[in-house]
Design a protein around this ligand. Structure first.
Ligand SMILES: [Fe+2]
Length: 204
């Protein structure tokens, strides 16, 4: 499972404990990256211990999955630091995997929503350029925008997953909540680098 940030809302260690307790029965490996609502130090305490991991990577067959930290302290918008870009490059360069999927919290491309596009990944184009130079990156998967998105940009799938809580109205000029239910996304990573994916809306 890829957990793409904003695990909690109230800055408390107890909330991370609740996340851990809710997730453990699923019996899955859970790769987590922080979002703007997370408190990195508190999140790390829970998410560095198996079955959780924090901004980590894993190779599965021909695929390498890498989690990167796009957060900026006290800022809803994100930015990929030079250190994080270089860490990503190092991981990819040292892997034999044929295909790479990167996951993060913030969208690296505009969503076409005036208010949301002020809190995206500030250096999204630089991030995408790095992905392109690594050659094997097939997709960047993220949260933050509370809506579906799945388009190709220069050969890389850019995929947003709706929230496991409330959704935002696509293309809204100002903050607006949608009436869609919580959701998660299934990703099937094929050996040839193709990705099959669907959003699963959870009827509550
Ligand atoms: Fe967020």
């Amino acid at each position: 499972m890829l957990v793409t940030g904003d695990l909690i809302q109230d800055d408390s260690a107890g909330a991370y404990g609740r996340f851990r307790d809710l997730m453990l029965p699923l019996n899955l490996r859970m790769h987590c990256v922080p979002g703007n609502h997370d408190v990195r130090d508190l999140m790390r305490e829970v998410c560095v211990r198996p079955p959780f991991s924090y901004c980590a990577y894993e190779e599965i067959r021909d695929w390498l999955l890498v989690g990167v930290d796009s957060c900026v302290r006290d800022d809803a918008g994100g930015r990929m630091s030079d250190e994080e870009l270089d860490r990503l490059s190092d991981i990819v360069v040292h892997s034999q995997a044929k295909h790479v999927l990167v996951f993060l919290h913030h969208p690296p491309v505009p969503m076409g929503s005036r208010w949301l596009d002020t809190v995206g990944l500030g250096n999204g184009e630089e991030f995408l350029e790095r992905l392109r130079t690594l050659n094997r990156v097939r997709a960047a998967v993220f949260g933050h925008v509370h809506q579906e998105y799945d388009r190709e940009h220069s050969g890389i799938r850019i995929i947003a997953t709706p929230s496991t809580c409330r959704q935002f109205k696509p293309r809204a000029d100002t903050f607006a909540v949608d009436d869609k239910p919580p959701a998660y996304r299934r990703l099937v990573l094929r050996d040839d680098g193709a990705i099959e994916t669907e959003t699963v809306w959870v009827d509550t």
